[in-house]
Design a protein around this ligand. Structure first.
Ligand code: PLP
Length: 437
């Protein structure tokens, strides 16, 4: 094992582009995490992706485990997705009128997912969740929602809310610009805490429209919940006349075609999707029973619309990608590959007594510098992120690209080959030896 650090990759062109970008965009980026604030160096500007590999502006090549934060379950530039997009584009980009492609994508999803009966396409995960919350409020005629500390649901006002102090609190806004009045409608409780949730329902009797959770919380580390706790959520919502919303923007089509609902065999009332559903194009969706979806305009009174909703090019990409996922053995093969990879890393770290755990489900993994079980946001030691920062730098220097934050999960795609994963393992072993030296 090489125990010496490698020289840092060249970032001249990326640094130059970043300087320019800073004159155009706040912080030089169009989404904050891209700014590399919690890891070493300036952001890498990516020029090209193919399969499991990406290339930056300086020509550095990486095996990519960020995969655009999840959408690219088939890897970059998949030939089927690309060809479908090119085929659709020949006929124009957008009409703002219905197309057969929307029917086709809806049919693919609804025929193969028994947890929703009707769906509405939007253009991002944020929009999907924001609309689902409005639907839940319109349907129940109640205003309050309950969310969990450590779950992310996009950047709409009602959801940029974090826990205050105390077991059950009105949320505090987690962004400037969110009125306190919005945060007052959002109650925040800890994950995996039945008492707090029960108390929230007791304190706000007949006021809670919905409980929203990432059933596989994957935005603040990977905070896997046990099935029994998720079943408890289902029951307590039913008992209190509140809707249960599964935010499956990450887990949908990722841990199985039916996402976490299918994995845990739990029927939520509304499910939100994003990422994979659009094959790398901007798509989100929310779905529910026909009775609940009947409340959405123009059928019902809950208004929701979009100029580019159901955009034909995006629908084409989604159709091509989801068709691949439905092939026999797709998830089995992907999950076996991921399991072999993550287990090898855990074995290596355990054999050396490193305080390091790989949390994983399906093809999602998270590296945590801890020897504890982690299932709520409070379990994560912020000081451990220094170790991630060091690891991230060593991995970049060895041609491995992880998302630039220790709170972010990694994704394995069907394009990752055995050779890629062997190379990545070696790089991870070397980096761990350096971090724990
Ligand atoms: N919900 C979850 C669970 C997410 O992970 C994300 C984004 O990462 C969102 C919602 C927001 O999706 P988008 O970034 O497409 O707006």
């Amino acid at each position: 094992v090489n125990t010496s650090s490698k020289p840092d990759i060249s970032r001249e062109k990326s640094a130059e582009l970043y300087e320019k970008a800073k004159t155009y965009f706040p912080g030089g980026v169009n989404s904050p995490v891209r700014a590399f604030k919690s890891v070493h160096g300036t952001p890498l500007f990516i020029q090209r992706g193919d399969g499991s590999h990406i290339w930056d502006a300086d020509g550095n090549e990486f095996i990519d485990f960020c995969c655009s934060w999840g959408p690219l379950i088939l890897g970059h530039n998949n030939v089927k997705v690309r060809e479908k997009v090119v085929e659709v584009i020949q006929n124009g980009m957008s009409f703002g009128a219905p197309t057969a492609l929307e029917n086709e994508l809806a049919e693919l999803i609804l025929k193969n997912n028994k947890y929703i009966e009707k769906i509405r396409f939007v253009s991002s995960g944020t929009e999907a969740v924001m609309s689902a919350i409005r639907l839940a409020r319109g349907y129940t005629k109640r205003d309050k929602i309950i969310k969990f500390e450590g779950c992310y649901h996009g950047h709409s006002d009602s959801l940029l809310v974090k826990a205050g102090s105390g077991l059950v609190t009105f949320g505090e806004t987690s962004s400037a610009g969110v009125p306190k009045a919005f945060a007052d409608e959002t109650i925040v409780v800890g994950l995996n805490d039945k008492t707090a949730l029960q108390k929230a329902f007791d304190d706000f009797k007949n006021q809670v429209a919905a409980v929203i959770i990432e059933p596989v919380p994957a935005n603040n580390g990977l905070l896997l919940q046990n099935k029994e706790y998720l079943e408890f959520l289902r029951d307590i919502c039913t008992q209190n006349g509140a809707l249960l919303i599964f935010d499956e923007v990450i887990s949908g089509f990722r841990i199985g075609f039916e996402g976490a609902a299918g994995y845990y065999k739990i029927q939520p009332d509304i499910i939100t999707y994003g990422k994979i559903i659009g094959g790398g194009m901007p798509v989100g969706a929310y779905g529910a029973s026909a009775a609940i979806m009947g409340n959405v305009s123009p059928e019902g009174q809950v208004y929701q619309a979009g100029t580019l909703s159901g955009n034909p090019v995006a629908m084409g990409a989604g159709i091509a990608q989801l068709t691949e996922l439905l092939r026999n053995g797709f998830y089995r093969d992907l999950h076996n590959k991921a399991e072999e990879f993550t287990q090898a890393i855990q074995r290596f770290a355990s054999a050396r007594n490193y305080k390091f755990k790989v949390f994983t489900i399906g093809s999602i993994f998270w590296f945590a510098f801890t020897d504890k079980d982690i299932c709520s946001a409070d379990d994560i030691d912020p000081a451990s992120m220094e170790k991630f920062k060091k690891m991230h730098r060593e991995l970049l220097n060895r041609g491995i690209y992880l998302g630039p934050s220790g709170y972010e999960v990694g994704f394995i795609s069907s394009a990752h080959t055995k050779t890629d994963l062997e190379k990545a393992k070696r790089a991870i072993f070397e980096s761990l030896d350096l971090v724990f030296r």
